[in-house]
Design a protein around this ligand. Structure first.
Ligand code: NAP
Length: 227
């Protein structure tokens, strides 16, 4: 499995960067897509705003041009803003739907033909907020429930074609994101690390091909089971 090629969105920081590093250390060739296009010294860095379907299409094409195939895709780019629904900045509302949900759809649209060819893995970096509703997270919840629904439905279409689709649904992870509006330094204490999440993603895509992980959810020990 060492000649695989991976395409990761939101790979310049946080969970996406940790996934890119873990995949690279496991022998994969990696394409790192983000608005900044940082390659972190690992492989192919691609400037790509996932809100723009044309940009996603071009980044996937550049990955194929460079590596000739695609085996693992992680739709990870995401943003979050918290607070009562009526108090959310309208731009933040648009961004959560556009980046988290529509960005995942665009990533799938342009990568799945290649994954069908390679019988690969499509992973969406959802959240426990795709499984449970939280106060102050109405639109973030909507975007992540959407990602869960989309990815679960894809499983019906793609399993028989040999493509595995997985939702990774972590609780709190101590990244820049976790400090989004409405959170405090105290509230990220004890959260999981981006590397913890990357370990789970790598474990998921390294399973033998006769099984598929459909939704993998995990939370920090200091985070309750409510919601
Ligand atoms: P992060 O540290 O803020 O990193 C977000 C990444 O997404 C960056 O690489 C950023 O790069 C990229 N990005 C943002 N907007 C983009 C856009 N329009 N197009 C392309 N890339 C974009 O966040 P994170 O904590 O690693 O979050 C990663 C994923 O995990 C998200 O989907 C998030 O919802 C999910 N998640 C996070 C947590 C948590 O507590 N942190 C928990 C559960 C799930 P550029 O700025 O260079 O574009």
């Amino acid at each position: 499995m060492t000649d695989r090629v991976a395409f990761i969105t939101g790979a310049s920081r946080g969970v996406g960067a940790a996934v890119a590093r873990a995949f690279n250390a496991d022998g994969m060739r990696v394409a790192l897509a983000s608005r900044s296009g940082d390659d972190l010294g690992l492989g192919l860095g691609l400037e790509c705003d996932v809100r723009e379907p044309g940009a996603v299409e071009a980044a996937v094409a550049a990955t194929i041009d460079e590596f000739g195939r695609l085996d693992v895709v992680v739709a990870n780019a995401g943003v979050g803003s918290y607070g009562p629904f009526l108090e959310l900045d309208p731009d933040d509302v648009e961004a959560m739907i556009d980046v988290n949900l529509k960005g995942t759809l665009y990533t799938a649209r342009f990568t799945l033909p290649h994954l069908i060819e390679s019988k690969g893995d499509f992973v969406s970096l959802a959240s426990v907020a795709g499984l449970r509703a939280f106060p102050g997270e109405a639109v973030y919840n909507a975007s992540k429930f959407g990602m869960l629904g989309f990815t679960r439905a894809l499983d019906h279409e793609l399993r028989e074609l040999g493509v595995r689709v997985t939702n990774i649904a972590p609780g709190g992870v101590a990244t820049d994101f976790a400090m989004g509006s409405g959170r405090t330094p105290e509230s990220v204490e004890g959260m999981m690390s981006a590397e913890d999440v990357a370990d789970v993603v790598l474990f998921t895509v390294n399973q033998p091909r006769n099984l598929r992980m459909m939704t993998v959810s995990f939370r920090p020990m200091n985070e309750g089971s409510w919601g």
